[in-house]
Design a protein around this ligand. Structure first.
Ligand SMILES: [Zn+2]
Ligand SMILES: [Zn+2]
Length: 96
């Protein structure tokens, strides 16, 4: 078990915790594309509403300049999800 710092209040908390016991911030979990429809514990970090939606994601584009592999020319790799709370309007990003 490792201790990580809450990104809201800075308090050290267990990385196994679902949310910060100090401020209630819900810890972002490592997620995969296949898991994205089933996130029962995901809530707005401000108002704790579960009425949130993913409004998009940041993608990192890397050019593969290796002439031996022309078919892997561009690699779109999503790096961050952008979430919006429907209740309070907060938007935030989570690393993928
Ligand atoms: Zn906290
Ligand atoms: Zn909210």
């Amino acid at each position: 078990m490792a201790l990580i710092k809450c990104s809201e209040c800075g308090k050290e908390i267990s990385d196994k915790a679902e949310s910060c016991p100090n401020c209630g911030y819900v810890l972002p979990k490592e997620t995969f594309w296949g898991d994205m429809k089933s996130l029962p514990g995901k809530r707005c970090p401000r108002c704790k509403s579960t009425n949130i939606s993913m409004s998009g994601n940041r993608t990192k584009t890397t050019m593969n300049l290796n002439p031996l592999k022309p078919f892997t020319l561009v690699n779109h790799k999503p790096t961050k999800q952008i979430w919006t709370c429907m209740s309070c309007g907060k938007t935030w990003m989570e690393k993928m």
